[in-house]
Design a protein around this ligand. Structure first.
Ligand SMILES: O=c1ccn([C@H]2C[C@H](O)[C@@H](COP(=O)(O)OP(=O)(O)OP(=O)(O)O)O2)c(=O)[nH]1
Ligand SMILES: [Mg+2]
Length: 153
């Protein structure tokens, strides 16, 4: 049987306006994302966006990031999504985690303190060393992209 990778410990600090709110938590035993609740209330107008407070800060271990992802229910039912999905929380960021929500729907969307608005997924970061080259190796694709292989099979 495959064994699941051990959970990554991430230090979390409650900020004053996050007092009393639940910390990000998995909704089910197999959930991939830790659900995050809003630490402020607002009415998000159609077409508007807002960096929603969460009331906590993280210290992610070096070599990892945390992705901020939308919830599909909000996206499908209300057109509310993370504008910059997946949002990137850098390992050296110590400020408040914010969720940049956008309302792509056609009705104002109310957010109450404690509403689950997004989910956090930690990920390993593969950093790169760029090696400058005069010529790149040839491939069958070459510079074809952006739909060059068509739509149908
Ligand atoms: O959804 C998000 C995305 C980012 N951040 C915070 C944590 C992250 O480490 C920092 C910078 O994010 P990013 O690199 O995506 O933004 P930037 O526009 O490149 O800002 P910077 O110049 O500060 O890196 O902002 C959030 O709180 N929520
Ligand atoms: Mg950046």
């Amino acid at each position: 049987m495959m064994t699941a990778p051990a959970p990554l410990p991430i230090a979390i600090r409650r900020l004053p306006h996050g007092a009393g709110l639940p910390l990000p938590a998995y909704a089910t035993a197999g959930a991939a994302g830790l659900d995050v609740v809003a630490a402020e209330s607002l009415l998000l107008a159609p077409g508007a966006r807002h960096a929603v407070a969460t009331g906590f800060a993280l210290a992610i271990p070096e070599g990892y990031e945390v992705q901020v992802r939308p919830r599909s229910g909000l996206a499908l039912k209300h057109g509310v999504t993370c504008l910059n999905t997946p949002g990137t929380i850098d390992s050296d960021y110590r400020g408040e985690v914010k969720v940049i929500l956008a309302n792509l729907g056609d009705a104002p969307f109310p957010i109450a303190i404690g509403d689950r608005i997004a989910q956090l997924v930690p990920a390993v970061v593969q950093r790169a060393t760029l090696v400058e080259a005069e010529v790149l190796d040839e491939t069958a694709r070459g510079d074809g992209g952006f739909g060059s292989t068509g739509v149908r099979c």
